[in-house]
Design a protein around this ligand. Structure first.
Ligand SMILES: C[S@@+](CC[C@H](N)C(=O)[O-])C[C@H]1O[C@@H](n2cnc3c(N)ncnc32)[C@H](O)[C@@H]1O
Length: 635
């Protein structure tokens, strides 16, 4: 599938086959454009030792304006970020789909993505060209895969802005990477860059560099303190289930929501007593929780995380799994610690389907999956999960059989597919895109960061058998324990806020009374996930869309985006309508910055023929300068 970059001039490509460390260092010396290092593909066991140091050395040699992109296996990229010097800024982790899932055994999910780690020598946010990804269409109904509802006027006819999960192209690290390289040539085709230097290290005779702990960045280094005192749970091996006696959890801890600090409460839980742990800690991003401040100093945050991770590893039964959700950059740090006491199973990239609102939109979360010693065969891969879903789940959702790429979620189309017995299922891998974040308030309770229950149905179905015990030590409004309860598993939830515990307990009572705790309900919520202020519903007879289209009309007259004063002067509607309906002038101008789109596939060529190869068309080009003055909206 294609992408379209705005006003770009693709970078000239220079490719070098690198044979040894010296050649690599020499090629990077003072290079000041875009440098792509391609690392070899490998299995877990064949990973190169200390490959991070090699990339860190290159990063230090590049010029002060350079962008460094490393294409590699997840485990290599983690090692790189662990030692990358502070002279380089982390910008993005991009998950790139492979051409086919790599299955090893039933102890982990097939691997379906590798990564691109993007760093810059400059400190500002990433400079790149606005790039759109062509819409995909449902093979059954021929409408766009995503349902854009009443917002079509704010989208562009070509496609959506790019996110940090690339599923529209598929490559293998040891195969042809042209689609990825071409995309980077376009994405970075802006001043001052001229050249993309691709350093192909896939056949290189790699000489490991010495480890040098003194050069490890601060926020990474401090985990050594814990590492030295923590038991090495990864030393369990063989059939752990038979070797270690089952420890029964006391009845007063089973099926409980415990109100308290996780570090204190976990001490009450015996070693080797829990079958599956999922947790979704505060991300340290300043979210507004009841009774918890989510903005620790980074080092302090990880110091705290290491402590509860070590506790979770202790209470986990051998052979069982701990799954930890966080944003990719924090997951790198969690990985480094977990890898010292547990055994790596998967790095699940959950593409949570956000609306792209900026240039490259961070849209995915990482679910880090580690086992205590060697994992047992995963119940979900060997048919031992029992109940995996509930009657209230959406028609298209199946915990262990994800939707295949491209199929839409429109209920009419899903019903038609089911009636026609159309096979719309794809493989279960470590790349998930068919589970949305909770968007609608009617599905949310009063908690700022609830997860969708379907994520939990899938995780619990993969990693547990019926009646096993699931633990979440940051249980929030109860998504994990509720899903476990619904699927016939035992549960323990720990949560520091009494308010959220009360909400979770009330919802467990609903399950007992036969009510779906995830049903749609009209609620007045105070907790907000987004820092963007929301405006109260207005009672004007004119809908928001009409106002946005009116702004587009004025923009066409002026041949640029209008100011508020110009809309007040030239528009048909009072300016107070705009002030009261929209949170920013950027939102007012959303439809004027885009072309509008249709959800139906146009078979007479494509939906965007006039645009191809010419930037974004005449109308778009004329707006591109003014656009920088406004916060981007979407599409
Ligand atoms: C990201 S939220 C979890 C949301 C949950 N997954 C859900 O779907 O509702 C993190 C939760 O951890 C809680 N928390 C923060 N510090 C805690 C601590 N020390 N012990 C237990 N819970 C804590 C916060 O109150 C918050 O509800």
């Amino acid at each position: 599938m294609a992408h379209l970059s705005e006003n770009n001039r693709p970078l000239k490509l220079k490719q070098l086959l690198i044979h040894n460390n010296d050649e690599l260092s020499e090629a990077a010396q003072n290079f000041n454009d875009v440098c792509v290092v391609i690392l070899p593909s490998h299995s877990e066991e064949d990973a190169h030792s200390n490959i991070g140091r090699l990339i860190a050395n290159i990063a230090n040699r590049l010029g002060s304006e350079a962008t460094l992109i490393t294409l590699g296996e997840i485990t290599d990229l983690v090692q790189i970020q662990a030692v990358i010097p502070s002279t380089v800024r982390y910008q993005h982790w991009i998950a790139i789909k492979r051409t086919f899932p790599h299955q090893t055994d039933n102890r982990s999910l097939p691997n379906y993505h590798f990564g691109a780690l993007i760093h810059t020598r400059y400190k500002k946010s990433l400079r790149h060209v606005k790039t759109r990804i062509e819409y995909t269409y449902c093979p059954n109904c021929d409408k766009t895969t995503k349902d854009y509802g009443g917002k079509k006027h704010t989208y562009h006819q070509y496609g959506t802005l790019m996110s940090d999960v690339w599923r529209d192209i598929a490559c293998e690290l040891d195969g042809d990477l042209t689609p990825v390289i071409t995309r980077f040539q376009d994405l970075f085709g802006l001043e001052p860059y001229k050249e993309l230097l691709a350093l192909d290290c896939r056949l290189m005779d790699y000489q490991p560099l010495p480890f040098d702990d003194n050069r490890t960045p601060d926020w990474i280094q401090n985990f050594n303190i814990i590492r030295e005192s923590a038991p090495q749970y990864s030393l369990f091996s063989g059939n752990n289930e038979q070797k270690t006696p089952e420890v029964r959890l006391a009845l007063d801890l089973t099926d409980q929501i415990i109100n308290g600090d996780c570090l204190e409460q976990l001490q009450e839980i015996p070693d080797n007593s829990i079958d599956f742990i999922f947790t979704d800690p505060p991300y340290n991003l300043g979210k507004k929780y009841s009774g918890y401040t989510d903005d620790l100093e980074v080092k302090e945050y990880f110091n705290w995380c290491d402590k509860w991770i070590a506790e979770l590893a202790r209470v986990l039964k051998p052979g069982r799994t701990l799954a930890l959700l966080n944003i990719p950059i924090w997951s790198i740090r969690h990985f480094l610690f977990m890898d010292t006491i547990l055994q790596f199973q998967n790095w699940i990239a959950w593409d949570a389907l956000s609306f792209p609102v900026r240039l490259i939109m961070p849209a995915h979360y990482t679910i880090l999956v580690f086992s205590k010693g060697e994992s047992r065969n995963l119940p979900g891969l060997v048919g031992e999960s029992g109940q995996t879903s509930v009657p209230g789940a959406p028609l298209a959702f199946d915990s262990l059989n994800p939707l295949a790429e491209g199929y839409c979620l429109r209920s009419s189309c899903v019903r038609h597919r089911q009636m026609m017995q159309r096979d719309d299922r794809g493989p279960l891998t470590d790349l998930w895109w068919d589970i949305h974040r909770l968007k609608h308030n009617s599905r949310r309770v009063d908690h700022p960061t609830q997860l969708p229950p379907h994520l939990m149905y899938r995780l619990i179905s993969i990693f547990t058998r019926p009646k096993e015990i699931v633990l979440d030590c940051f249980n929030g409004a109860g998504t994990t324990t509720l899903a476990a309860h619904q699927l016939g598993r035992h549960y323990v939830g720990i949560e520091s806020s009494s308010k959220y515990c009360k909400i979770a307990k009330g919802r467990h009572d609903e399950i007992i009374r036969g009510i779906d705790p995830f049903r749609k309900v009209e609620r007045k919520l105070t907790a907000k996930n987004s820092p963007v202020p929301r405006l109260r519903k207005q009672k004007y007879e004119v809908p928001k869309k009409t106002l946005q289209l009116e702004v587009r009309r004025i923009a066409q007259e002026l041949n640029r985006l209008p100011t508020r004063a110009e809309v007040a002067q030239r528009g048909k509607y009072p300016i107070k309508y705009y002030d009261n309906y929209f949170v920013s002038w950027g939102e007012v101008c959303a439809a004027a910055r885009t072309t509008g789109m249709t959800e139906i596939r146009n078979y007479s060529g494509n939906n965007n023929s006039e645009d191809k190869g010419s930037g974004l068309g005449v109308k778009q080009l004329s707006f591109s300068l003014d656009e920088r003055n406004y916060p981007a909206q979407e599409g």
